[in-house]
Design a protein around this ligand. Sequence first.
Ligand SMILES: *Cc1c(COP(=O)(O)O)cnc(C)c1O
Length: 387
Amino acid sequence: MAFDFIDAQLQERADQGLYRACSTVTGKQERLLTFEQKSYLNFSSNDYLGLASDPSLIKAWQKGADLYGVGSGGSFLVTGYNQAHAELSAQLQSWLGVEAVALFNSGYSANQAIIKLLLNKQDILLQDKLNHASLMEAGFLAPCKMQRFKHNDIAHLGHLLSKAEQTNKLIISEGVFSMDGDCAPISALHAQAQSSDAWLMIDDAHGLGVVGKNGQGSVQAAGLVNRDIPIYMATFGKALGVGGAFVAGSKKLIDYLTNYSKPYIYSTGMPPAMAYCISQACTIAEKEQWRRDKLSELIATFRRLACENEIQLGDSHTAIQPIIMGDSKRCVAVANKLKQMGLWVTAIRPPTVPVNSARLRITLTASHELEDVKQLVTAIRRVLNEY
Ligand SMILES: *Cc1c(COP(=O)(O)O)cnc(C)c1O
C-alpha cells in the first residue's frame, strides 16, 4: 500500500505522548479564551501587548476593508501592492530606522524566502541551535552548507567562522528566543559578523514591540540600531497582534528580493485591509509605552512569586517564561490539570524543543492582571506537588 508510513508515524507520535491536534477556540484571542463553552485564563498566546482583539484595531481592519476591499487581487508585482502596503512600509522604515522592507503573509515564508534567496551551494549558513523551525527548515532545504552553533555561544560561532572558507557567510539568530524567552547577545554577534566578514540576520518575531525603546526590538535593546544588521526580520502576528511579516535591509537587498525571491513574487499579496490594520498596530506599539510597562511589572511579579514558591524558571526576562519539565507525558499531564483549573498553558514538546526538554511555555501579555499571575503561580505550585 502506498504511503503506509502515515499510520505508523501517527502511532509513533501517540505512543511518545507527542500527538498533536488543534483545539477550536471560540470568540476572540484575549485575556480569557473560550473553549467548549468554558473560559480559561490565556497564558499561551504570543499577543504580548494585548492587541489581537483591541477595539481600535478591529475598527482599523473594518475601515481598511471599506477603503481597499478585503483582498489584494494578485501578487505584489501584479496588482497586489496597494497604497496601504506602501504606507505600512514607510511607517516601518521610520519607526524602526530601516532603509527598505518587503512584506510577507507569514514569517515562515519570509524566512524561507530570504534563506533561499541568498544562499547557494558554495555558501555557508550558521544558525543558533535554538533558532525557530522556520529558519532551520529553510536552512536544511537550501543548497548551502549549514552549521549550528551552540546556543548564544559566540566563542563556538567564532570557531566555526574561523574554519569557514566560503566567501558568503550568513549568521542567523533570533532576537528573543521563542521557546526560552532569553535574548541573543546581539552586539557580540554583530562584532563577530563584522570581524569575519559575514552577514547577520536577526529574526525578531518575539522582540519587536516588546523590547527596546518605543518597541523597536532586540537590536535597539542591545545598544545598536536596526540598520546595523544587514537583515532584520520580524512578524506582525506576535506582539503586533495581527499576522504577516516583513524583512528589512538595504534598498539593494530588497530590490534583489523583489526581483528574485519566488516566495515573494509568486504569492498573493497580503490583504490591504490587513496592512492598514497592521499600520495602526505599529502606531500603538510605538506610542503606548504603558503596555510594555505593564508587561514588565507582570513578568517581575511572576518571577518573584515563582521564586518564592520554589518553581524553577529559566534565564528569561521577557514575556516568554518556560518551566522546563523534561518528560513529555508529565508535561502534558500538568498542562491538562491546569486546564481543569481554568488556566490555558500549552505543553511544548519535541520536536518543537530539544528531546527531554518538554516545557510549559507560559506567556504573559499586557492584558493580564496581577491577580491572574498570582492565580497561575498558586495553581502551578499545587499541580507540581501532585505530579
Ligand atoms: C512565529 C515565528 C515565525 C513565523 O512567523 P509566522 O508569521 O507565524 O509564520 C518565525 N520566526 C520566529 C522566531 C517565530 O517565532
